[in-house]
Write a protein that binds this ligand. Structure first.
Ligand code: PLP
Length: 390
């Protein structure tokens, strides 16, 4: 086992034992194909998938026929954007999103731009929020889709979805919200009714990797999404391919567990979040990028001036798993596009860390993390001549 403390729950979560236990029979004993409709192996697998879907739909407060299983949120996002683009291109080729979306959205938008769609990227302010006036200004008769990340994966900041939904729908456009990080952390019951599309991923909620969901709200003015994966006719022909029974069962169990004790766990996380933030903000000049904002109960985001971000991460990686949201490619390391969109200055954006906590984080982990980061930041600054001369 690793000796590092895990503070990267927004990247992924461990599969809870009860989830693994629920999945296990479907790998071996109950291994049937849910589409095998002529024998009990298939019937059993099919009923496990059906029960799981009903359970997820109940927990999300949606109709089970509005859910399509995918390999994860990235695939769901591709399905939604490309599906809406293909269905509605005769109405228009304009899409609105924000500069602070997850890369799964931004890269899909870039793909559609290459295909002749026009994308407007809304700015976010220093609080990480879009301006509703700016959204209103960008909406046009040919705007087919508005995409707004509900809870940001880096900062945890929550967007004003209710007002955005009103503007979007009164323009006759469809609304997608990336709800991947929100699931299990904040109440989604009111949100599901506001959006036309949403996406989920099991590995963010203590479920298995490789399984996700697309939510497609029934809409009498809209015919649903086209299918991009043909074959076998599964999922009412929306997405072909043998259903992944163990992962679907695991996903349902994972969501069921997050729904149980939801409020209690949220309060526990908030208290740990505040303790972590308070501790880290005692470091001289440390600045929070999300304190006092509407945010997820598990995400702390801090900038440490006079520290080199790469060196900081390397030094911390031996003791604590955190993230800085930077995008690495072979040629360069770019600072987080989310912080850049919020106007955080480049060198400060490099020296910023996301600490995301979760189900297995304890008070003692928080104390250790604060001590580790305090010492590492102090050590880094000692080597920085600018720190001495400040
Ligand atoms: N959207 C958000 C906000 C995320 O945080 C992630 C995961 O990092 C994704 C989409 C992509 O999810 P998946 O790993 O299931 O493809």
């Amino acid at each position: 086992m690793y000796s590092q403390l895990y503070f990267d729950y927004n990247a992924t979560t461990p599969c809870t034992k009860e989830v693994v236990d629920a999945m296990l029979p479907y790998f071996h004993k109950d291994f049937g194909n849910p589409s095998s409709s002529h024998h009990p192996y298939g019937w059993l697998a099919n009923s496990a998938v059906e029960d799981a879907t009903v359970s997820i739909a109940k927990d999300l407060g949606v109709d089970s026929s509005s859910l399509v299983y995918t390999s994860g949120a990235t695939e769901s996002i591709n399905m939604i954007f490309k599906g809406v683009a293909s269905n509605l291109q005769s109405k228009g080729k304009h899409i609105i999103t924000t500069k602070a979306e997850h890369k799964a959205v931004l890269d899909t938008c870039a793909f559609l731009e290459d295909d002749g769609f026009e994308i407007s990227y809304l700015e976010v302010n220093s609080d990480g929020l879009i301006s509703l006036e700016a959204l209103q200004k960008e909406l046009r008769p040919d705007t087919i889709l508005v995409a707004l990340l509900y809870a940001n994966n880096e900062t945890g900041i929550i967007q004003p979805l209710e007002d955005a939904a009103k503007l979007t729908h009164s323009n006759g456009s469809l609304l997608f919200s990336d709800t991947t990080q929100a699931l299990g952390k904040i109440d989604l019951s009111k949100i599901m009714d506001l959006v036309d599309f949403a996406c989920f991923s099991a590995h963010k909620v203590y479920g298995p990797k490789g399984i996700g969901l697309t939510y497609i709200k029934h809409n009498k003015n809209y015919e649903g999404l086209p299918s991009f994966i043909q074959g076998g006719g599964q999922q009412k022909k929306q997405r072909g391919g043998t259903l992944n029974t163990p992962c679907i069962v695991g996903f349902a169990k994972a969501i069921e567990l997050t729904s149980k004790d939801f409020e209690k766990e949220k309060l526990r996380l908030e208290s740990l979040q505040n303790k972590l933030e308070e501790g880290l903000l005692k470091i001289e000049l440390a600045i929070s990028n999300n304190k006092g904002k509407q945010r997820l109960p598990n995400t702390v985001h801090i900038s440490f001036p006079y520290v080199d971000g790469t060196n900081l991460l390397t030094a911390l990686s031996r003791k604590i798993a955190v993230s800085n949201g930077s995008a690495c490619n072979s040629a360069s390391v770019e600072p987080s596009h989310v912080l850049s969109a919020m106007g955080v200055e480049r060198s400060l954006a490099y020296a910023s860390l996301r600490f995301s906590i979760g189900r297995y984080t304890t008070e003692s982990d928080i104390e250790k993390a604060v001590e580790i980061v305090t010492n590492v930041v102090a050590g880094q600054r000692e080597q920085n001549i600018l720190w001495e001369r400040r």
